[in-house]
Design a protein around this ligand. Sequence first.
Ligand SMILES: [Cu+2]
Length: 337
Amino acid sequence: MKHFTIVSVLIILLTIIVYIFLQSVGLLPIQASSQAIIIDQLFDIHIGIIAFLFSLISVFIGYSLIVFRRNKQFPDEDGKHVTGSSKLEIVWTLVPLGVVIFISYLGALSLAETRKVEPQALAVNVTGGQWYWSFTYPDYGITSDVLYLPVDRQVKLSLTSVDVIHSFWVPEFRVKQDVLPGENFVKELRFTPIEKGDYMVLCAELCGGAHAYMNSPVKVVTEVNFQDWVDEELGNFPQDPVSLGERLSKNNGCFGCHSIDGSDGVGPTWKSVFGSEKSLVSGEKIIVDEEYLYDSIINPNSQIVLGYPANVMAQNYVDLFTEEEINNMIEFIKSLE
Ligand SMILES: [Cu+2]
């Protein structure tokens, strides 16, 4: 009896210490969405249970090792041989069962809570591709490579991929959703940002060479600042081919592989490319003109630049862009002296 009292007190003490320690490690970033609070409550309960189980096992083992070690009181002989105890077996089956059912009940409640639908939610269509994110606001006709969100208003993301499986994840919002290719697999994700600030969408599904760099800025701003941004996007940007081409290139992930400052990337830089001489894998030397740029975009494998990989650029730009859009991008590339 004395042993059990001591062990119980030690278990309670160690549980508290381990719990406080695990809480203070700071594994999670700030809670920037209302869903984050609900999800972290579940984490909190789990950490409590983990701390208790860890203490239960380590105190029993540690106590037995020290107090019941071989000595004069416990000489060198076998302990009592005990087989079977229905009472114990019932207890250690029912208690974990109860705990697991209780946790799944809490999980179901929390899941429903995080998926609550608010009718005035802001709709944003998200496209993932190797290796970029693109955000379209159907209510405003805006496409952006930065996810702008007004604070305290629910967003409803409709997510799709143009190539392989990606996964949309902003750690500060806690929620995460796989992004699948194909029109039939558009996924929905809802959350409500509650903290203004700058965050980052990460891709949480290994998706190829530049997967680790597949991140885009998320800016949570006031409703007023959001409206300013919308107005600016809608009205104030120039409509000339070069500017339109720059926006197209930016919003479709070209800059993920092509720099405009001369630095080398997965693909050749666009700086001063127009009019320059290029060696192709085929052994040919060509002067970069409009026709070459056009072919390089709609049929990338027709001419491969020496020193760069084939089959890296998407093969479907010809379906993705109109003739005019491709020409605007060419005008933009030409403007990069
Ligand atoms: Cu990805």
